[in-house]
Design a protein around this ligand. Sequence first.
Ligand code: GAP
Length: 509
Amino acid sequence: MPPRTRYDTISEIAKRRGFFWPSFEIYGGMSGYVTYGDLGTKLKRSIEALWKEYFVRKQGFLELDDPIINPERVFEASGHLENFKEYSAECTQCGRSFRADHLVEEKTGMENVEAMGGEAIKHLMLEHRIRCPNCGGELKEPVLFLPMFKTEIGATGGEVGYARPETAQAMFLNYKRGYQHAREKLPFAVAQSSKVMRNEISPRRGAIRVREFTIMELELFFDPQDPGCPWFREVENVVIKLSTEEMEAKEVKELLETSIGEAVEDGLILTEWQGYFMGVSQRFITALGMPPEKQRFRAHLPDERAHYSAQTYDHEVLFETWGWIEISGCAYRTDFDLRNHMEASGVDMTVLREDGTRYVPHVVEPSYGLDRLFLSVLEATYERKQKRNILHLPRELAPYQVAVFPLVTKDGLPEKAREVHDLLLDKGFWVVYDEAGSIGRRYARADEIGVPLAVAVDYDTLKNDVLTIRDRDTWKQVSLSLAELPGVLEAYFKGEKDFLDLGTLVIRG
Ligand code: GAP
């Protein structure tokens, strides 16, 4: 048996406690699909809410919700049908197909083989005599495959449609509405968090690569002659680790540490808008629990870059099991998409400048895979301490905020604990009640699902309305009165108070 990886441990807890598990389990499962349980659904929702805090609400950006299945002509115009392809190698014996660049990476330890292009991938397959990882059979020469789900819209004779592989096209198709709703002023952005589908060739690495996932992305429209970002000053001093296109081409391993301001000034990041979103991105990912030293931004080489992009920086985080994994891409899409849709639809999408000239707006796009952020949060916050599993989830993300326990299940303590539980529910908290097993086991169960605070109801509560709160991260306890409880919890979850400010520290002799 190979040694258990950190990912194995985390996914075992995830399955057992209800964060996520492989879909279609009762029919033997199918790779590339995951199902989120109660805790996972709630955690995903709070990550999405935090993304909106960082990228939508404060900037006053607009939101959109658009269909998943699009008619074929959308993806003809966007260039996806021609360009959104990957190299697939089929086994001559078992018939299974694999992503050719990933096979090369697994066999050679090389990184980012996709960026080397089709001919190099074919050559490397031959040079390293790569065979089928499933049955050892010979593989056919890799061919380009379009990883999009095709369907028919309507009954017989209906139109060909595709499930969208990104939400971005919706923002371009509805650009004129957005412009109107933004009072015909640029810059403005339209954001969308929604499901997309990709018929991934051979999804492995657990839930990192799936066939149906949530993308959270926004398209920022601006005048290329007026490319300044009004909030750039807020991030110009954020220090990031960068691997530029030149460094990638020369295979420089050491990362460049630079401020966002310097990187834009030196032309390493092409626009202020990309710089702004990259700075916000580092803050956002840090708020999810991933420290800056486990984050980097890596530029795409031209062969890896999407057909629409003039420059893309992937934001990557370090997983113990897999190394660096892309969690988002920040792309400068220029006027590529609007121009293509304008030509294909005949609808004018130009904007009039004050000097009478017309232009097609340019676009910068930060795009996040919510499911990968979800895994990053578990990766960043899981700790094994004194034989216990703890998820140090940031308090604003925790699926359940408070656990309520009676010390013992007699003498009226469960009834009192239920009262406290109901009171906190009424005040709007997400609360779990647990009376099964020893109080130590109940604390351990709450730690494992990342409940930040556990309230214990004991004989002092019955007598004097005094309770204790235990902190998941330090295992310290404070005592306070029941009357104070809702107020201090509210302050704690708003980030206005730290744990030790919630009551009087309990010192156990
Ligand atoms: N609109 C830009 C776009 O779609 P992308 O890099 O292809 O860019 C954006 O995808 C993000 O979606 C990635 O950074 C990654 O986090 C996530 N993602 C891409 N493919 C995925 C997959 N098969 N499973 C889970 N997440 C995926």
